[in-house]
Every structure is written in C-alpha cells, then in structure tokens.
Design a protein around this ligand. Structure first.
Ligand code: CA
Length: 191
C-alpha cells in the first residue's frame, strides 16, 4: 500500500487515510498458522522522523535490527529505552506477527501512543495516530470478522524524543466497558 500511495501529495495522503479509517473493514479470512510462537516480532530502524509516512518511505532502503520478541504491547517507559530496543530516542519499530480473533463480529481497536503509530490487520489499514505527540489515545479502528482465527498484523511505531508509550487495546464483539489491553495469548508470530 505504501508504494502505491507514495506518488501522491501530502494532502492527498491525508484525505485517503481519513477515508480509510472511517470505512468499516471486512476481514478476508484467517491464515493457517501451523505452530504459533508467543509474542510479536520487532525490527528496529534508527532515525528521527515526524510521521509514519516517513517510516514507510525509509524502511525499504534501511537495515533494521531485530530485537527481542514483544510478548504484549504495554509499554510506557518514560525516558528509558524504547520497547526492547537499545535506544531511548530516534527509534522506528516495525512490529509483525498475528492476532487471534476468536469470535465473529466487529472488533474495535485503539492505541495509546507517544509518538506515532499505524495498525494494519489482514492487510488493511485499521487506524493510525501517525505524528509526533505526547501520550494520547488514537481514534477507534474497526474490523468485521466472519471467520475466527489468526490474522496477520503489522504495527508501525516510532519514538522521536523524550518519553515513549505504546499500548494496544481492543474491544472484542459483545463486550463493553473500558477497553482492555490485547492479551499476550492473542499475539503470536510464525515459527
Ligand atoms: Ca516522545
């Protein structure tokens, strides 16, 4: 998706992102994950960016440094190192794996982040809060699931300076109240 959109102007990209975020997304279907391993994989890229679009442009041409698996996204590390990286500032994280959606119906997702974040599930953009900011909650993103199972997830995240936070919340179908964190048992990577 990044490559196809990269020729557009900044303003066009902004409008396209809003339209995507506002539309209900229908999941295509789960993948056959033979032996899921706990946690999400992460690969780190150095650089002080201001928007997730910059990360999309840079990640194809820069080396990334794989870090320890992330069991769950529940990080608020103040001025300390970002996620499982070796740096406390100027970090981009490309987080990949699978999320287990075990019910049919509409899932709601949100991030609390500092700085930017973008969530894709099943190859579709679900939500983003893509620029530099202090700790804040994203808008909600929705995914309509008709077949339970493991779905590919891609999360792009960056920390520019000072403090960093990344927390991944959801509301499964038929539940209400405060959105819990996506539990560790719902996150996996391939063997
Ligand atoms: Ca920050």
């Amino acid at each position: 998706m990044g490559k196809r959109l990269s020729g557009g102007s900044g303003r066009f990209l902004g409008c396209a992102a809003l339209l995507l975020a506002a539309s209900p997304v229908l999941a295509k279907g789960p993948v056959d994950l033979a032996s899921p391993q706990p946690g999400l994989e992460v690969c780190y890229i150095d650089g002080f960016i201001r928007h997730i679009d910059e990360m999309v442009r840079k990640e194809g041409s820069r080396d990334c440094d794989p870090g320890p698996v992330l069991p769950q996204l529940n990080y608020s590390t103040g001025g300390g190192n970002v996620l499982t990286s070796k740096s406390n500032d100027g970090v981009m994280a490309r987080i990949t794996g699978f999320i287990h959606l075990d019910q049919t119906g509409s899932y709601t997702f949100a991030f609390e982040s500092n700085d930017g974040v973008r969530l894709e599930i099943d190859g579709a953009m679900i939500l983003e809060d893509p620029d530099v900011h202090s700790d804040q909650f994203s808008d909600y993103g929705y995914l309509e699931v008709s077949e339970p199972g493991w779905y590919p997830v891609l999360i792009r995240y960056f920390e520019r300076k000072n403090t960093s936070t990344l927390r991944f919340h959801w509301q499964p179908p038929g539940t209400e109240g405060t959105m819990p964190l996506v539990p560790a048992e719902a996150l996996a990577h391939g063997s």
